[in-house]
Ligand binder design. Structure first.
Ligand code: SF4
Length: 472
């Protein structure tokens, strides 16, 4: 471990040296052009990707680029997702559009990274059909962006740097976080679960946890910089710490994070039901900072389908776990992910899913129609239901979930509760949007100066998935 640590520290230093060198070079370019150099950062997918994009943007800002929302920029980076087929199609669509900008500004650089680039068929397609792309890299070497840009400035042709996997975790990179008052913090990377429908283990590699002292150090510096809420991120946070030289549990890490002065709220995602321990439930129940929200993907309610998905828990296990959680933390908000139309799913299996939804009564659920991902075991499975049947199930599930959520999300109507004010309401700028500890949103009249602050609000009226409130 000591040797590996040195390697990572040395690598971080090397990348910072390259950033310094590149900054001098780009400053010269700016003088020649008599204008700033701009970058546009496009991010698809999950919070892990969003966190990687903050690092990529941090590096681009460090070397002297300025952010623009226009894709007609000097440097455009697209951080891609491949969890469902349509994510790939969207990227190809956007790439076609970019060609015209490159014609107008031949010095424009286009870079692609993220999960989609870990698929060799995708890289081949881009090399063939999208030759205006300059740099392609993956999920394991986000920290190398500056070096790849330098390579591109010194070489013709497409720069491609895709790693199969890595054990490296390079710390201390610049990061340009989206919010001043809250921030995602990676605690681990990769996944070892190999659910049969999921492409993530193939594009994000094996699980590797950051050392607790690095996580604590990062959160302390975030708190010193004005952050009061952190979201601990991992594909499966419940298996945190297993590969560390001195393994510690996720629950123990949470207790250490809880000790950080000035930190007010702790959130985390994503949990896998098979690894959610009694220790974690107890730590959540006794905590004053861990938010009263747990995202617990169930995916299906049928034990047979769960087995075909390689989820390694049964319908009964999931229900028992939920019972334990609700008993220990009565005001917990539970949300979940559900896949409809898994190849082996029959109508009877689907009714098991509906049964669990009725029994658990989730505050909300992300519902998806199964999307075949080439290279996953499920991709070779035969469908037992027709597309129409699957669509019909999806609509029935959505109706059930929304019906229940309307009831469960309105249980606090009339109460006074604390929100973290996160911004202006996107639909009505005369209102602010605040987030309750249980992750439900409240819109209420108030000054923008309150953004980033904690405010007590009265929950006047429930609107299904959110409340209308007033400050008290
Ligand atoms: S736990 Fe399963 S669904 Fe989640 S990222 Fe890992 S393999 Fe994919």
């Amino acid at each position: 471990m000591r040797v590996e640590q040195n390697v990572n520290e040395l690598e971080a230093m090397r990348q910072h040296e390259i950033m310094e060198r590149l900054k001098v070079r780009l400053d010269k370019k700016k003088q020649e052009l008599g204008r700033p150099l701009t970058y546009c950062s496009v991010c698809f997918g999950c919070q892990m990707n969003a966190k990687d994009s903050e690092k990529l943007e941090g590096i681009l800002e460090k070397i002297g680029y300025e952010r623009t929302e226009s894709e007609e920029a000097d440097f455009l980076i697209m951080n891609t997702c491949t969890v469902r087929e349509n994510a790939n199609l969207r990227v190809y669509g956007r790439l076609g559009q970019l060609k015209k900008y490159k014609k107008k500004n031949p010095d424009m650089m286009i870079a692609l990274c993220g999960c989609m680039m870990q698929e060799s068929l995708v890289v081949e397609k881009i090399k063939q059909s999208y030759r205006h792309v300059d740099i392609i890299f993956g999920t394991h070497n986000v920290f190398k962006l500056a070096e790849l840009i330098e390579n591109k400035l010194d070489n013709d042709g497409m720069i491609i740097d895709i790693w199969e996997g890595t054990t490296e975790i390079v710390e201390d990179l610049p990061s340009d976080r989206k919010y001043d008052f809250k921030c995602g913090v990676n605690i681990m990377y990769g996944c070892n679960n190999f659910c049969t429908y999921c492409i993530v283990p193939y594009v994000r590699g094996r699980e590797r946890s950051r050392k607790p002292e690095d996580i604590i150090k990062e959160i302390k510096s975030l708190v010193a910089d004005g952050v009061s809420e952190v979201m601990l991120l991992g594909q499966n946070v419940n298996s945190y710490g297993k590969n560390l030289e001195e393994p510690i549990s996720f629950a123990t890490l949470l207790q250490q994070v809880e000790q950080i002065e000035g930190l007010k709220r702790i959130r985390f995602m994503t949990s896998h039901p098979k690894d959610l321990s009694d220790e974690l439930i107890e730590v959540m129940a006794n905590s004053t900072k861990i938010c009263k929200h747990l995202h617990l993907p169930m995916q299906s309610g049928s034990t047979k389908v769960l087995n075909d998905m390689n989820r390694r828990y049964t319908k009964e296990d999931y229900l028992k776990l939920v019972e334990k959680i609700k008993t220990a933390i009565p005001d917990i908000s539970l949300t979940t992910d559900i896949i409809v139309g898994f190849p082996t799913e029959t109508e009877e299996d689907f009714m098991d899913t509906i049964d669990v939804v009725k029994k658990v009564r989730f505050d909300s659920a992300f519902t998806f129609i199964y999307s075949k991902r080439t290279g996953t075991p499920a991709a070779t499975m035969e469908f037992v239901a027709s597309e129409e049947e699957i669509k019909d199930r999806f609509n029935r599930l959505l109706e059930e979930v929304q019906e229940i959520a309307k009831e469960t999300c309105s249980k606090d109507e009339g109460k006074i509760m604390e929100v973290l004010v996160e911004g202006l309401d996107e639909q009505d700028e005369s209102l602010l949007t605040g987030r309750l500890s249980n992750n439900i949103l409240v819109h209420f009249p108030g000054e923008a100066s309150l953004i980033g602050m904690y405010q007590n609000v009265k929950l006047k009226e429930s609107k299904g998935f959110y409340y209308i409130g007033e400050m008290v």
